[in-house]
Write a protein that binds this ligand. Structure first.
Ligand code: SAH
Length: 468
């Protein structure tokens, strides 16, 4: 039988760091490493451990004995319950410093490369209301705060529309005002909820798999266009039309969509998206390029900072007009199109067929003739045949998902041996791990982070590697 954990209290410990998952790190006098949520580096705190993990303990915060100078009052009423913006209680300056240090530590400890001077992180001019896409879930059993549970009044509304509680697939934190997406996103969401309550529309219950209203996605673009997609669990024409008509009447929504999804999970990729009013897409614009975003399209969620990220990547690539570039993990081909005018040819690779379809359409509509796209898993597609077909790239831009590149893909990159590799990453730890595999053939020349996701622990980092 597993040994029962005995909680232990510690007093007056200083928070020395924040983990990549946004938890505070303290060390006890006997050298135990303890992770605590809701604290800021510099806070002096007392905690009680509740779980032993491999190499560290998890603890609950009991008291902040002395507040850090970096501590600020979170503007969002949902902070701490919602779990989305873990760093809202830290000044923006401190957030940037934490992200910069995180990248430095990963490069120092994992990359095995000699580090150049690391450039200053590119701060976000708008640390709030920067996201262009949010997804909300309906629930007839929303998450109740401890005060609400304590207050036994029967009048508490149980239906909610908001975000899944971290780690709880069946609980939704009702959101009144989210600070991440520009208005009228909150007004649209709150209007939908109010209409649903007034008209007795059923909210979804994921455990019993029943209900009517299931999820809501709101997207917006830098041209000020909004897309609203309502996901219903089943068809109920009068109720569905009532709600959509209400939205059409009260808001200027460029793309008003819905789908009816009765499968067990609420993912959209295999759903038929139906247009109720307006267009099936909205448009983002960047340096004279236009990108059509439909309900299923991937697009970086902070357009303004994505532009900065792409400019840094392009600058690092130092293209001279005659280069042949591979854009690995190209998504909807945004980077490929962004750099196309500066090189002879770009070849993008991506595993999602719809994304490649969108990349081709966008490139065509943007009048770009020197981009080529292939669908498939990088591991299978990026082989000698690929190189024979497209020619040998002298510059590679790679932007893999959070788990980084597969070792076989790194191997193939080393075999290709381009003069330059620009590695864009949303996970500094896997980026540094991948660099380690390239340390004998490549030198780390530049590194610059971009803060795409203020208030959260996430950060993007771009490095330039040159062949030794
Ligand atoms: N560079 C793009 C998107 C980067 S996100 C942009 O800036 O918009 C990473 C992309 O890698 C996603 O589109 C994802 O679908 C794709 N991807 C993930 N694993 C992959 C794999 N094994 N092979 C090919 N593409 C993959």
């Amino acid at each position: 039988m597993a040994k029962k954990f005995t909680p232990k209290r510690y007093f007056n410990l200083e928070v020395v760091d924040i983990t990549a998952r946004g938890k505070g790190v303290v060390k006890s006098e006997e050298g135990k490493v303890i992770f605590v949520s809701g604290v800021v580096p510099g806070d002096k705190i007392s905690v009680e451990t509740y779980k032993k993990r491999r190499g560290y303990f998890e603890a609950n915060l009991i008291k902040i004995q002395k507040s850090s100078l970096y501590r600020v009052i979170p503007p969002c009423e949902h902070f701490g319950v919602c779990g989305g913006c873990k760093l809202q209680n830290m000044s923006y300056e401190a957030q940037l410093r934490f992200k910069q240090n995180d990248i430095l530590h990963n490069l120092e400890n994992l990359s095995g490369m000699i580090l150049p001077k690391i450039d200053e992180i590119y701060a976000a001019p708008k640390p709030y209301f920067y996201r262009n896409k949010m997804e909300y879930a309906f629930s007839d059993q929303r998450w109740l705060t401890s005060e609400e549970v304590a207050n036994k009044s029967l009048s508490i509304e149980k239906k909610g529309l908001g975000f899944h509680k971290a780690g709880m697939w069946d609980k939704v934190v009702d959101i009144k005002r989210c600070h991440l997406q520009p208005e009228p996103a909150n007004v649209i969401r709150n209007t939908i909820k109010a209409f649903a309550l007034e008209n007795g529309l059923d909210f979804f219950n994921p455990k019993k798999q029943k209900g009517f209203l299931r999820s809501l996605m709101i997207r917006n673009s830098n041209r000020g266009e909004f897309m609203v997609l309502l996901q219903f669990f089943k068809e109920n024409k009068p109720q569905r039309e009532g709600l959509l008509k209400h939205l059409k009447k009260h808001f200027d929504i460029a793309s008003l969509l819905y789908c009816i999804n009765n499968k067990a999970n609420d993912t959209l990729y295999d759903q038929e998206i139906i247009c109720y009013n307006g267009k099936t897409y909205i448009r983002e614009e960047m340096e004279g390029l236009s990108f059509k975003i439909n309900a299923k399209s991937f697009f970086q969620t902070n357009t303004e900072q994505a532009y900065e990220l792409y400019k840094i990547a392009r600058d690092f690539a130092g293209l001279k007009g005659e280069d042949l570039v591979y854009d690995l993990y190209t998504g909807t081909g945004t980077i490929a199109q962004f750099i196309a005018k500066d090189c002879a040819k770009v070849v993008g690779v991506e595993s999602i067929p719809e994304a490649i379809e969108a990349a081709r359409t966008n490139a065509y509509e943007n009048g770009i003739k020197n981009t080529f796209f292939e669908v498939g898993d990088m591991r299978d597609v990026f082989n000698q045949d690929f190189i024979n077909r497209h020619g040998k790239a002298n510059v590679v831009i790679t932007d893999p998902p959070r788990n980084g590149m597969h070792p076989d893909v790194v191997k193939q990159l080393l075999f290709l041996e381009p003069e330059k590799i620009v590695y864009v990453s949303c996970n500094p730890a896997t980026q540094a791990r991948d660099l380690f595999l390239m340390r004998d053939q490549y030198r780390l020349v530049k590194s610059r982070a971009v803060d795409m996701f203020p208030q959260t622990q996430h950060v993007e980092n771009v490095v330039l590697l040159e062949k030794i």
